[in-house]
Design a protein around this ligand. Structure first.
Ligand code: APR
Ligand code: PHB
Length: 408
């Protein structure tokens, strides 16, 4: 079998890229290790930047999002017994975010792919990448005990942090940047009315807490827990009590509790690999980078990678612009690092670090006080939170310096 673009992974990155390519008439095949229900069972974040919302519109998967998603014009930062409103819309010249769960985005993309007749191989075992540096790379996989070969022009590694794509690049061709945080987030999903109509990020001496939501009747709450905490040790009652203890008293009094429908602990990590491409293999989304969830950037970074790769591939197939392929990594990484910085900064400022000395704690508290206390500070938070602009694939030719020296 042959296709133009072989996509490994049917998470949001792979499905969104596949859908955009499908609409542009560029043949593609998605190979996914799991079954669709397993993919849809993963509970992930739910804040979409304007850029991602626009990209979902371009992909034609916006109808349910527009009907059911909630547009948020701001969020709250709670600390030191007070709350500061970050007016996203007012501070960014009208930008907002959309509350719409990653699970729903994935569901919509799966439905659109099925309707468009795109080929997805679910439960594809032992996916392997071959000859990514060659003219004609190929991917093998197993299904129903049979080995299949898929030749292609390009491979998109959309297979997440633990996927095979990054691992098939020689280690000495990659540089890895990593930071692990000494804590995780314990998250609870519940069918209860949200405690606040906007998200609340709360810094507290007991640790960070976040009040988020999926809909007017479904909430997603988190509390910071130590890295070695076990989810079995957290009854619903213990979770609700801990959350209440970390919220400003007015919110704590209004909090409606109920049985959890999902409860899990996620570690926090920052991770970037450079470059994000190796020959004809391109790393997209979590396969190339991870952010701690404090800035709500993981899913949104996946979308900006997809947008960049899609724009390049369209020019390759429609205009023969194969010169643009070499720009993918540099364009993505400029935006990735800015989101890494913001996510690290929010995490550092809002969490309690075990063993932190008194000086570090005062600095974090002062950082919050300083940034929330000035319009310039709030604007900095807001412009990062709504998402920095996507760079056009020809905005900033990476070859300018080289061609200037050619002329000299
Ligand atoms: N072969 C085939 N598929 C694989 C393999 C493999 N060896 N390894 C992983 N996969 C699949 C996973 O089962 C998963 O469905 O690749 C998909 C990767 O999806 P995600 O992990 O969701 O990554 P991505 O699509 O990049 O989504 C962006 O950013 O911060 C996060 O929450 C956010 O999950 C979201 C992600
Ligand atoms: C979520 O709703 O799960 C969520 C929202 C904002 C974040 C992280 C997670 O920063």
């Amino acid at each position: 079998m042959h296709t133009s673009v072989a996509i490994i992974g049917a998470g949001p990155s792979g499905l969104l890229l596949g859908q955009l390519l499908q609409r542009a008439g560029i043949p593609n095949v998605i190979l996914e290790r799991q079954a669709p229900d397993y993919v849809l069972g993963r509970i992930r974040a739910g804040v979409l930047e304007q850029g991602m919302v626009d990209l979902l519109r371009k992909a034609g998967v916006h109808h349910r999002m527009d009907a059911e998603g909630l547009v948020h014009e701001g969020f709250e930062l709670a600390f030191d017994g007070r709350q500061v409103h970050i007016d996203l819309k007012g501070l960014t010249g009208g930008k907002t975010v959309m509350i719409y769960g990653q699970t729903e985005v994935t569901r919509d993309l799966m439905a659109a792919r099925e309707a468009a007749g795109g080929m997805t191989v679910y439960q594809a075992g032992n996916v392997q990448v071959h000859d990514p540096k060659g003219e004609r790379p190929w991917v093998t996989y197993e299904q129903d005990g049979q080995m299949h070969h898929l030749t292609c022009d390009y491979i998109a590694g959309c297979d997440g942090f633990h996927g095979v794509a990054r691992q098939s690049i020689p280690v000495d061709a990659l540089k890895t940047f990593e930071r692990e945080y000494p804590f995780g987030w314990l998250g609870v999903l519940a069918d209860t009315p949200p405690v606040n109509n906007e998200l609340v990020y709360a810094a507290h001496p007991r640790g960070f807490a976040l009040c988020s939501l999926r809909s007017p009747t479904r909430t997603r709450y988190y509390v910071q827990v130590s890295a070695d905490e076990k989810v079995e040790d957290w009854s619903d009652e213990r979770f609700w009590n801990e959350l209440k203890a970390r919220l400003p008293s007015t919110l704590a009094q209004q909090l409606v509790t109920g049985p959890s429908i999902e409860k899990s602990i996620a570690p926090l990590r920052s991770f970037v690999v450079e470059p994000m491409q190796y020959g004809r293999l391109f790393l997209v989304g979590d396969a190339a980078h991870i952010v701690p969830p404090t800035g709500a950037k993981g899913l949104n970074l996946a979308a900006s990678d997809v947008s960049t790769l899609f724009d390049i591939l369209v020019k390759v197939y429609q205009e023969g612009r194969t010169d643009l392929l070499a720009r993918y990594s540099a364009i993505c990484l400029r935006r990735v690092w800015k989101a890494e910085r913001f996510s690290w900064w929010m995490t550092t400022m809002l969490h309690r670090f075990p063993g932190a000395d008194a000086f570090s704690e005062r600095i974090s508290a002062t950082e919050l006080d300083y940034f929330t206390g000035s319009e310039a500070g709030r604007r900095t938070i807001a412009e990062n939170y709504v998402g920095l602009p996507y760079e056009a694939v020809e905005d900033r030719p990476d070859t300018v310096v080289q061609s200037a020296s050619h002329c000299a």
